[in-house]
Structures are given as C-alpha cells and as structure tokens.
Design a protein around this ligand. Structure first.
Ligand code: ADP
Ligand code: MG
Length: 507
C-alpha cells in the first residue's frame, strides 16, 4: 500500500536529513540547518543561539537573512526578551506583530521595524534544559506564522538538538583524538631520542610498537654484524617473565665473542602488555672492570710495601742465624731450627698473600646460614673456653635459604669470631646472631677509635704482635663478592659490632 509521496513530507525529510553534514563539523551543520529551515518556513531571517559552557550564556552561532544585522557576539539571557522567555519556559512561541507584543518590549533581538511575525523555538535536550534557541522571522508584508508552523518547528527543534549534541560529542572526540595524537607524537619523539631500544608488547607478547633504536639495532629482525641472538633470547625471556608475573624483570645478555653486554628490562603496563627496554652496558661494564682492576693494583701496591716490611724481619733473623752458625758450629742445630721457623713464617705469609691476591671465585649454593653459624660457633667453642670468653649464638631454625658460597661465609664468621674473641677481656661475652637478611658478631671487648675503624679493612693493618692484618680484608672481599654489605660500629672500651647484611641497609 505504497502511498504517493507527499511532496511536502519529502521536503520535510530533506530538511531533517542533515546527517551528512556532521562530517563537516557543527558550524557547517548549524549554517545549513538554518538556511534550509528559513527556506522551508519561507522566513526572511533566522538565527540560532547555543549555550556556551565557557561563558554560561546563549551565544549567537548562526544567522541568516535580515537577522544578519544582529551583532556577531549577541547573547540571550534567560528570562530577558522574548527569546530569553522562551528559554525560561521551554515553550515555542509565535509572535505576530512583535512591535506591539508586550513580550517583545525588552527583546534584544529582532528589533527591526519591519518585522511582521517571529517564531522562536527552544532547543531542549533530554534533560529538559535549553541548549539553545532557533529564531525565524518574516518581514512585514509576508503572511504571519501559524500554529502548524509552530508544531513543525518544534519537531525540527528536537532534530536540531539531537544533531547539535551529537556534533558536540564528535567535536569533543575530535579534540580528544587530536590531543591523543599529539601526545603519541611526543611520546614517539621521546622514545626515538632514547639511546636504547624500547619495545612495547601486547598481552600476547606480540610487538605493538618500538622506537627507532630497536629497528636500527635489528633486535627485532636479527641480521646485524654483531651476534644479537643472546639479546633476542633475553628479550624474549624478559617479555615472557614480565607478562607472566606482572612484575618488573631484568635479564643480562653477553656476547662473549664480541665482548658486548646488554641489560634487558621488562616493565608491566597496567593496561596490559609490557614495555621492554634493551640497553647496551658494554661500556659501563668495561669501566667497572677497569675500576676494579685499578683498585686491585692499588691494593697490590699497598700490600707489596707491607709485605716487604713483613719479609725483612724474618730475613734479618735468618741472615744473623746463618752468620752465627759459622761462628758457633756447636749451636748449629738450634740455629737451623730458628731458620726453619722463620722460613715457615715467611711461607705462611706468602700463602696469606696469595690467597688474598687471587681473584675470588664463588661456589654459590642455597645455604642455611643459621646452621652454618651454629657449626662455626661449635668449632670455635674450644678456643673461646681457653680464652675464658663466653660465646652466645642466636640462630633461629627455619630461616629461608640464601644463595652463598658456604665455605667463604664460614671463613667470614670464623674471622669475625676470632677477632671478637681476641678483643675480649677474660669473662667477656661474644654474641653471634643470625636473622633472615643478615648476621652480626658483637663483643664487649676493647673497642676501636674512629681512626682504627677507618683502617680496619686495609690489608696488613693489625694491632696484634702475631696478626697478619689480612683477616678483615678477606672478610670484606668475600662480602663484596657476594654483593652484601658490611657495617662496623665500635666504641673504645665498650666493644664492637660487625654486621653483614644481604640487603642494602636502610639509612
Ligand atoms: P688481625 O686479626 O690479623 O690483626 P684483622 O684484619 O682481622 O687482622 O683485624 C685488623 C685489626 O682490626 C685488628 O688487629 C684489630 O686491631 C682490629 N679489630 C678487628 N676486630 C676487632 C674487634 N672485634 N674489636 C676490636 N678491634 C678489632
Ligand atoms: Mg683477624
């Protein structure tokens, strides 16, 4: 039952079909709506005012025909003038002969003398608040607007409101999209200026984005002069671990043939996925090694001076003993024994020296440090008894295992215990305590001055007649090699405390 298309309805549809204008933005839409509405209603002038959130006023946004005389920045105040009244009541109105309509007395629009009839339509949104006003007018001599016009204008108004709110949303979105694009551009610039490679991966581990460095270094594609398979493996591992654990992870990669090293770090993103960065650390590692080498050279220099001094005493003894053998042959057995003793001392010194000079190789394994301490204390027990010093051990069971070289850590504990014992008075007390993240040896013995503490870890620093001064240097070296931290507190006459922790101490 297809009815013949009513030309008027067709025209009306044409009036409402302004959707294609959205793509050109709100302003174009308003202009076109006003142009078509004016034509449809055979008005000679028209204007649209829209609420402006920034100013809180309804401001002129589109104007046509004889209403072009309106000032560019015309505004409507709710309750003022006819348009203001329409805004207030939310009801459309037709005003015939506006010049004599009391409502029009204070109107700040449509004051032209020649006005015959005006139709003012509020643009109400779904919350019944006026987002604007559409104003159509006919000049004198034209027929006035009639009630059917008003109903149609009302419908048109609703359509305009829909379109305006949509267009505003689109504009808002455009603004946001623009801001997002600008931010993205900045971010890309920042990422590209970063020397290392930065790769963004999605939740499934696929690469979403990467910076220039990542592309240049061919981490992603392979095929560079350097062998990057190590880096690629580390990259994959860091990605997998970070995505799996949702925690920061890091991996080290080392290409032995080229002696290059990298640090690969994965950081989870709260929105899913992760950022993985690859930093070449070759230079830093080389510098670190160089610093360590220079430090060792300095240590060896210090030691050589000390050792020359240490060797001279026994050598003098040996030389005089040898000279005396010639003069007193009957004392030769005694003198030879003396020589032998001095040679043994020299030998022991050489052993200590070699042990100290050798680079430290750690044989790490999960270790119950508390248990290790209990056993070391047991072994030291006899010496403590002979010295008349009490040894207390506080080493709880069930502490977590720690990855250390047990032989070396035993050496640390034994050295600290022996020093503490030697520093104690008869009847004194030494306490060895172990906790989750460290251990400490405390005594109430002679203590040390600040100056003594500052020299404590220098090789050959000793205040003991038979000391080598290598004990604490070795302790320091072992703790360093484990990445641990040593702290000494001491007061002359009161005692000392040597603390070793596996975590950086909180200051
Ligand atoms: P050595 O025990 O052979 O002297 P160390 O390196 O073990 O060498 O110790 C160096 C010096 O540090 C000791 O001679 C002593 O003066 C001082 N020292 C070490 N531990 C203590 C302690 N617990 N109390 C007081 N002084 C100490
Ligand atoms: Mg010692």
């Amino acid at each position: 039952m297809a009815a013949a298309p009513n030309p008027a309805e067709h025209g009306l549809w044409d009036l409402f079909d302004l959707t294609t204008l959205f793509s050109r933005g709100l302003q174009d839409y308003l202009n076109e709506t006003l142009r078509r509405s004016t034509a449809w209603f055979r008005a000679t002038g028209g204007s649209i005012f829209l609420f402006d959130e920034r100013t809180g006023e309804h401001t002129l946004r589109a104007v046509t025909g004889h209403q072009n005389t309106l000032p560019k920045n015309a505004t409507i105040k709710t309750g003022h003038g006819i348009a203001g009244l329409v805004l207030q009541t939310g009801e459309a109105r037709i005003i015939d002969d506006p010049m004599h309509d009391p409502l029009f007395a204070n109107a700040d629009i449509n004051r032209a003398d020649s006005l015959q009839s005006a139709m003012v339509v509020p643009l109400m949104d779904s919350n019944r608040s006026a987002i604007g006003v559409m104003n159509l007018s006919r000049q004198a001599g034209e027929p006035p607007f009639r009630m059917p016009d008003l109903a149609l204008a009302h419908t048109l108004g609703a359509q305009v409101v829909l379109a305006v709110t949509n267009a505003q949303m689109v504009e808002d979105m455009r603004g946001k999209t623009h801001a997002l694009a600008a931010m993205n551009e900045k971010l890309t610039a920042v990422l590209d200026s970063v020397a290392g490679a930065v790769v963004v991966v999605g939740e499934d581990g696929t690469i979403v984005n990467h910076n220039q460095a990542a592309a240049q270094d061919s981490f992603l594609t392979g095929g560079s002069e350097a062998d990057l398979s190590e880096v690629q493996t580390a990259l994959r591992r860091a990605t997998k671990e970070t995505l799996g654990t949702r925690l920061r992870t890091n991996q080290h990669a080392h290409d032995r043939s080229a002696d290059r090293t990298w640090l690969v770090e994965g950081v989870p993103l709260s929105s899913g996925g992760a950022v993985v960065t690859v930093k070449e650390t070759t230079q830093i590692e080389r510098q670190n090694r160089e610093v360590a080498r220079v430090k060792r050279l300095a240590e060896i220099g210090q030691m050589t001076a000390a050792i020359a001094h240490e060797i001279r005493n026994p050598l003098t003894g040996i030389r005089s003993a040898a000279a005396m053998i010639g003069q007193n042959p009957d004392m030769s057995a005694e003198l030879v024994a003396m020589i032998e003793e001095e040679v043994l001392r020299l030998n022991a010194l050489c052993e200590d020296f070699l042990e100290f000079a050798r680079p430290m190789q750690l044989d790490k394994q999960p270790t119950d440090v508390a248990d290790l301490c209990r056993k070391a204390a047991q072994l030291a027990g006899e010496d403590f008894q002979q010295f008349g010093v009490q040894l207390h051990v506080v080493a709880p069971r069930g502490l977590p295992m720690i990855d250390v070289d047990p032989r070396r850590i035993r050496q640390v504990v034994v050295n600290l215990l022996r020093n503490a014992m030697q520093a104690s008075h008869k009847g004194g007390e030494v306490r060895l305590s172990v906790w989750e993240t460290g251990l400490a040896v405390e005594d109430d013995g002679v203590g040390m001055s600040e100056e003594q503490v500052s020299k404590l870890f220098s090789p050959f620093f000793t205040t003991k007649a038979d000391g080598t001064g290598l004990g604490l240097s070795t302790v320091h070296k072992i703790v360093d090699a484990h990445g641990g931290f040593l702290r000494v507190t001491s007061q002359p006459g009161k005692g000392s405390r040597f603390e070793l922790t596996w975590e950086a101490p909180k200051e």
